[in-house]
Write a protein that binds this ligand. Sequence first.
Ligand SMILES: C[S@@+](CC[C@H](N)C(=O)[O-])C[C@H]1O[C@@H](n2cnc3c(N)ncnc32)[C@H](O)[C@@H]1O
Length: 255
Amino acid sequence: MTTDIAWEEWGRKDPYFGVITDPKFRRAELTDAARNEFFESGRAHVDYVLRMIRQYLSPTFQPASVLDFGCGVGRLLVHFSPTAGEVVGVDVSISMLEEAQRNCNEFGVSNVRLFPSDDRLTALAGSHYDLIHSFIVFQHMAPERGREIFRRMLGHLAAGGIGAVHFSYSKTCYASTNGVAPPAPATTSLPGAVRIWRTSAATPPPGADPEMQMNPYNLNELLFILQGAGVRRFHVEFTDHGGELGVFLFFQKLP
Ligand SMILES: C[S@@+](CC[C@H](N)C(=O)[O-])C[C@H]1O[C@@H](n2cnc3c(N)ncnc32)[C@H](O)[C@@H]1O
């Protein structure tokens, strides 16, 4: 998959900027202060996720096991670690996983296991998790692929378990079509996707950033998958990352 190649390149060349595209997280610019800020953003995110779950779905929620799909350099893993007995991170980029392992070691975290991800979620075979989490990951792959991974992922949610999964669904630039992607021009094979951090030239200039796709998903399809998987309640928080509009879905599978 081309996006997998791009993500391995991000992991190798500029993993922190690949996770949060702010110039201060460029590998060449990454000061100790910026690195601390990067991981503090992870702490705030994990606190927020647990707060949303307890407020809207399960007041006493305390996961024994957590899966973080698309874990990157472990920004969130190291903060999920104290809340759960077992934390599993999977990612399609080996370089991201290597960086995540270094970060887990540095944070003194010993209950995190890391696995390379594939579309069949082979590494998770036979495992179920109390919390399945994924943030700013599905947006980076084609929806027809992401949908199938999402469907499969729900099969790894324990009975009564909780999902916190983020998807992009629209862009502010689609305002004139009520948030729906206009038909793609004949010249692009990526309907609705915008290639950022790269010019539209077929051959990128030397040293250019890898591709980073931003793909909106159809919420009807996602809700259909959730209901089919036994989810009866959910809570949604909207996200807006520079005009990329998203939903952070919090849901509980029936016990
Ligand atoms: C923007 S980063 C987010 C990392 C992490 N979720 C965080 O918030 O810190 C996106 C991550 O998704 C991973 N990724 C992209 N496509 C993937 C796929 N098909 N399967 C698993 N991981 C994927 C990338 O390698 C990258 O580490």
